[in-house]
Design a protein around this ligand. Structure first.
Ligand SMILES: NC(=O)c1ccc[n+]([C@@H]2O[C@H](COP(=O)([O-])OP(=O)(O)OC[C@H]3O[C@@H](n4cnc5c(N)ncnc54)[C@H](OP(=O)(O)O)[C@@H]3O)[C@@H](O)[C@H]2O)c1
Length: 222
């Protein structure tokens, strides 16, 4: 089965950081970049995030464009232990697209039932280490007719996607700000031991976006 095409969106400082060590992250990039992110959401079939981002930022993950009624992507949360609160904004917003929450197959039914009226809960029995398998999530989404997804997550899920070789494109918004090595990286450890194991991308465009830079990359060799 062909998997959906995967875009990874990054909104970082110049040194590729997404949040301070204490978690403060809003806002690193400027309003022009954030507006482009909403257009990118509308251009994808689904946006995917991790429970870390939901707990830290309580985002809506919908496409909001002033003066327009954009297409709304499905909204997907990866949450192995189903820690999402029934009160989370994403579960209580009628404007955005339908929400799917993927969790581990051993999550008890009473926990799934807490949010069942607000989201489709999809239990999975395949894991990447301690978390549900991103590859299985993509296979399931493909079966649902989803052809394009955009990952908007913290370093853990973005790193997992990169480690698994699942990232086809990167949309990177970079603000003229330095956050330093004590802040959080956009991509968690890849565990590389040789440079020739590093994922390689080809830059296909670069543009100014307000005070930020917007670079687009495609996986090399495709
Ligand atoms: N600037 C940006 O572009 C941007 C975008 C989004 C978030 N952020 C920031 O990122 C920070 C949160 O980062 P984070 O790394 O904690 O959150 P995250 O990457 O959004 O979520 C990580 C969690 O997702 C779950 N998960 C489920 N399946 C997974 C898989 N296959 N691989 C990896 N994780 C999986 C894991 O928890 P379980 O094992 O419990 O499922 C994991 O702890 C916040 O400060 C937020 O503001 C920045």
């Amino acid at each position: 089965m062909t998997r959906p095409r995967v875009t990874l969106k990054l909104a970082t400082s110049l040194d590729g950081r997404i949040a301070l060590a204490n978690g403060a992250s809003q806002w690193i990039t400027g309003p022009e970049s954030r507006a482009e992110v909403h257009r990118l959401r509308a251009a994808h079939d689904a946006v995917v995030t991790g429970i870390g981002t939901v707990l830290a930022d309580d985002p809506l993950m919908s496409a909001r464009i002033e003066g327009e009624t954009p297409d709304q992507p499905r909204r997907i949360v990866l949450d192995t232990h189903l820690k999402i609160s029934p009160e989370a904004h994403i579960l209580n917003d009628a404007e955005g697209g339908p929400v799917m929450v993927f969790c581990g197959g051993s999550v008890p039914v009473h926990l799934r039932d807490r949010i069942a009226a607000k989201a489709e809960v999809v239990p999975l029995n395949r894991y990447d280490g301690p978390s549900i398998s991103l590859k299985s999530v993509l296979e399931h989404l493909s079966g649902d007719g989803i052809e394009t997804i955009m990952i908007e997550a913290g370093g853990k899920l973005a790193g997992a996607a990169m480690r698994s070789g699942l990232v086809d494109r990167i949309e990177w918004f970079r603000a003229p700000m330095m956050l330093g090595g004590d802040s959080r990286s956009a991509i968690d450890s890849l565990g590389l031991e040789r440079l020739d194991e590093a994922p390689i991308f080809t830059r296909i465009s670069v543009a100014e976006c307000g005070n930020d830079l917007w670079e687009s990359y495609e996986r090399a060799g495709e």
